[in-house]
Design a binder for this molecule. Sequence first.
Ligand SMILES: Cc1cc2nc3c(=O)[nH]c(=O)nc-3n(C[C@H](O)[C@H](O)[C@H](O)COP(=O)(O)OP(=O)(O)OC[C@H]3O[C@@H](n4cnc5c(N)ncnc54)[C@H](O)[C@@H]3O)c2cc1C
Length: 326
Amino acid sequence: MSGIWVCIEAGNGELRGVAYEMITAARTLADAAGQQVSALVWGEGAKDNADKLGACGADSVVVIETAGDEAGRPAEVGGAVAQLAQEQFPSVVLFADGAFARSVAPALAQKLNAAYVGDVVDVAFDGAPVFTRLPYSGKVIEQVRPASGAATAIATIRPKAFEAAEPQEGRTAGVSTFAATPEAAARVLCDVIRSVSERVDLSEADIVVSGGRGVKGAEGFKVLEELADVLGAAVGASRPAIDEGWIDAQYQVGQTGKTVAPSLYIACGISGSIQHMAGISASKYIVAINKDPEAEIFAQADYGIVADLFEAVPLLTQQLRDMLQA
Ligand SMILES: Cc1cc2nc3c(=O)[nH]c(=O)nc-3n(C[C@H](O)[C@H](O)[C@H](O)COP(=O)(O)OP(=O)(O)OC[C@H]3O[C@@H](n4cnc5c(N)ncnc54)[C@H](O)[C@@H]3O)c2cc1C
């Protein structure tokens, strides 16, 4: 068994930041285990970014060429990775945690009889790979070692958990292509339902504008979206906003939603329950806007604005717009 693989999706001609974070995780394992890093990359702009992956730490790059549309891609990519893994026996295969990985990686693990570890925040190698997870909203540090019977370990990496690998002068990797075949695709059972959104990805965003029950409805989220647009931020939400159907479930932040780690988290009409705060504790600065001065969130926020969000948020949006246009 040899080789640490990173499975990377390109889109709109670019790689997401998490791609370079995964290279860091892969290099950590590969350097400790004396193995090579291979990057498997697909999607729009995969080929154009192959050299960048080599410069940042991949020893080889395989561009997976897919024929189908976006809906069929997970099955095609899953099939291609399975086919390659059955020929080359990697010791570790890494995906970026998210809808794509959650659909493809467990199915792949089942197919390869591999170990599966989700939402990994650190990696080490002491004769075998060791994956660190933070379950129960980070209250427990769990170290997972694949069972001895599992030849390959498949793990999903939490965005922002690792430093992004930087390009190194003169570093290159061999680049090859692999054509995914529909037959291979059919053998991996997976499906991804992805909403088309132009917005910044919540898990990777540097700024998040989030709304809770205080936003009062889908219309209220439009007020937050305007602020998010000015800041180039992602939009998030507390669970009641999702339960009420004001915004899609992919935007939920917290214990049973996404964990975020932005530089700035702006919580609007959110009370600050333990379950919500569990998802935002890695934020650098938390700004709370709440009309109740006793709201729990003020105890944990770095800056608090006691105000009606429907007055404060549009004012903030206008001020920022004026500042940025000046
Ligand atoms: C097992 C479990 C898992 C859970 N997982 C999650 C999770 O992942 N994420 C999550 O968020 N919750 C989760 N919850 C729910 C959680 O316990 C809270 O109920 C929820 O976070 C509260 O959401 P909220 O702050 O939006 O609503 P509320 O607690 O109702 O707070 C609304 C706030 O809005 C303020 N407000 C109202 N109107 C305005 C206005 N006009 N301007 C300014 N402020 C205003 C109010 O003062 C209040 O503080 C979970 C619960 C359980 C039991």
